[in-house]
Design a protein around this ligand. Structure first.
Ligand SMILES: Nc1ncnc2c1ncn2[C@@H]1O[C@H](COP(=O)(O)OP(=O)(O)OP(=O)(O)O)[C@@H](O)[C@H]1O
Ligand SMILES: [Mg+2]
Length: 479
């Protein structure tokens, strides 16, 4: 997993997201379910009251008519109105109670269902009966049924029977359920972005801390042995562990650097101090003094070069240099380097040549490229024998240019070859103390090449020579 990436499954982010979503879905579903049950009960309760009231009203209206207080038309229209308002069929029957009880009268009226016949005794006994969702053969549907006795002069003379189809209520109920579930889905959908943001809000600082730790310890995959989980906190602690190791390494490097630098400074400073002391003590005659002054000057120059190289290396390593990458003509740069080093080459009778194919261009910082080449050519001139050859060459390799600096010097011993790009590393077999070498040149060159997107390597055969080659991205060929 690349640094700072999200571990999707098993991450805290996913777990928070899934848990919040599940809780929301469960809570909303339970609420919707309870609401639908409560509403259904309320609807049936209201219907029961309405049907019982309609039965009582119809009985009272019929009684008023039988007592001659209202006309038949008034009764009929009042009962019709009740039927329409309740959505029910209303029967007001005046018959012999015995016929009622055995059901023959009801069968004759087309409403002889068992539950009706079964309820008659109670109704005629003076009770109001209510039955819910009975299947009626007569109407071929489920109905709500209400019955109420019909009385005249204190005598039960018949019954009011009301049948209300359940399908009306069911339709209303399923509409309501649909609305409830749609609302539930809407709540879940609307809360999802909030849940997502919240989960991210909680897990983000952890991931940021991990990324921060990784920046300090830029390692590939986390190798922390005890990672069993792959969530952000495990990754964070692993990143901190790696960071700690990296900091230990940095601390070790810092100590080594201080030791190396003090060692490097010590030798020239000891010489300078020794020469000056000798002059002060009068051990050196006036005729020799100039020669010693020259030595002191050389040692001071070496110190100046060493400190400026160290500063340069520190700047490059801390990434504190600005690269000005542009299209660079390799032949021109190599020619300029060869011209700069011409005098040094001439002093050793070395043939220095730049043989770069015409028109080869790379994407690089011109000054830095020159600095790399000066370092490599400087080494080649330093380590090639008198009357030797030093050549700067180049070839193409895919999207890269390979630039080579060849010499026919003594070569680098195989045991030293892996270390020559490390700072302060010098091969004892090749270097002479009077070279004034610090062993920083190749280290600087390597950092500069890598900053410009290339790689550097050295091949050497002892006794035959050395080739130090580096790559740089080729410039896009112009259309
Ligand atoms: N062309 C070469 N032939 C033989 N040995 C080489 C060559 N180039 C580099 N080396 C070896 O690699 C070592 C490291 O090279 P590098 O340029 O880093 O340091 P230096 O030349 O010794 O010192 P500086 O470049 O700091 O003056 C050298 O000391 C030398 O031993
Ligand atoms: Mg060098």
């Amino acid at each position: 997993m690349p640094g700072g990436g999200i571990v999707l499954f098993g991450s805290i982010f996913t777990r928070l997201l899934v848990t919040y979503l599940l809780i929301t879905v469960i809570v909303v579903s339970v609420l919707a379910f309870v609401a639908s049950i409560i509403y259904k009960d309320a609807i049936f309760q209201a219907k029961r009251s309405a049907l019982e009231a309609a039965a009582v009203s119809t009985a009272e209206l019929t009684e008023a008519h039988l007592e001659g207080r209202t006309s038949a038309e008034a009764l009929s229209s009042a009962v019709d109105a009740l039927g329409v308002s309740t959505g029910a069929m209303i029967y007001s029957l005046r018959l012999d109670p015995e016929d009622f009880k055995n059901g023959s009268a009801l069968t004759a009226a087309g409403i002889g269902d068992d539950y009706v016949v079964g309820s008659m005794e109670a109704i005629l006994g003076g009770e109001t009966v209510y039955l819910e969702k009975e299947y009626s053969d007569a109407f071929d549907m489920h109905v709500l049924f209400a019955g109420h006795p019909l009385r005249l002069d204190g005598q039960t003379i018949g019954a009011v029977l009301i049948f209300c189809p359940v399908s009306n209520i069911d339709r209303a109920l399923s509409n309501l359920n649909l609305m409830l579930w749609l609302a539930a889905v809407a709540v879940i959908l609307l809360s999802s972005p909030l849940i997502y943001l919240n989960a991210r809000h909680i897990s983000r600082p952890i991931r940021e801390m991990e990324a921060m730790a990784r920046r300090i310890a830029p390692i590939g995959d986390l190798k922390f042995a005890s990672i069993t989980q792959k969530d952000e906190i495990a990754m964070l602690s692993a990143a901190f562990y790696e960071m700690r190791q990296r900091l230990d390494e940095v601390e070790k490097m810092r100590r080594e650097l201080i030791a190396d630098v003090s060692h490097e400074l010590r030798t020239p400073l000891t010489s300078i101090s020794g020469f000056v002391q000798a002059i002060l003590d009068g051990l050196i005659g006036p005729d020799e003094q100039e020669q010693y002054m020259k030595l002191i000057r050389e040692e001071s120059d070496r110190l100046i070069r060493l400190t400026s190289d160290l500063l340069e290396l520190a700047r490059i390593q801390s990434g504190n240099i600005r690269l000005d990458i542009e299209e660079i003509d390799l032949a021109a740069i190599a020619g300029a380097v060869a011209a700069t080093e011409k005098i040094t080459a001439h002093q050793k009778d070395i043939t220095l040549a730049a043989m770069i194919p015409h028109g080869m261009t790379v994407m690089a910082d011109g000054e830095r490229l020159k600095q790399i080449l000066l370092n490599l050519v400087g080494n080649a001139l330093k380590y090639a024998p008198d009357c030797g050859n030093v050549t700067i060459k180049a070839k193409m390799d895919g999207a890269y240019a390979v630039i080579m600096v060849e010499d026919n010097g003594e070569g680098i011993p195989p045991e030293d070859l892996p270390y020559i790009f490390e700072k302060f590393y010098r091969s004892d077999k090749v270097c002479k103390p009077e070279d004034g070498s610090a062993g920083l040149g190749l280290s600087i060159a390597k950092h500069l090449v890598e900053l410009q997107g290339g790689t550097i390597k050295a091949e050497s055969t002892q006794g035959t020579g050395t080739v130090v080659s580096f790559t740089l991205p080729l410039a896009e060929p112009k259309a």
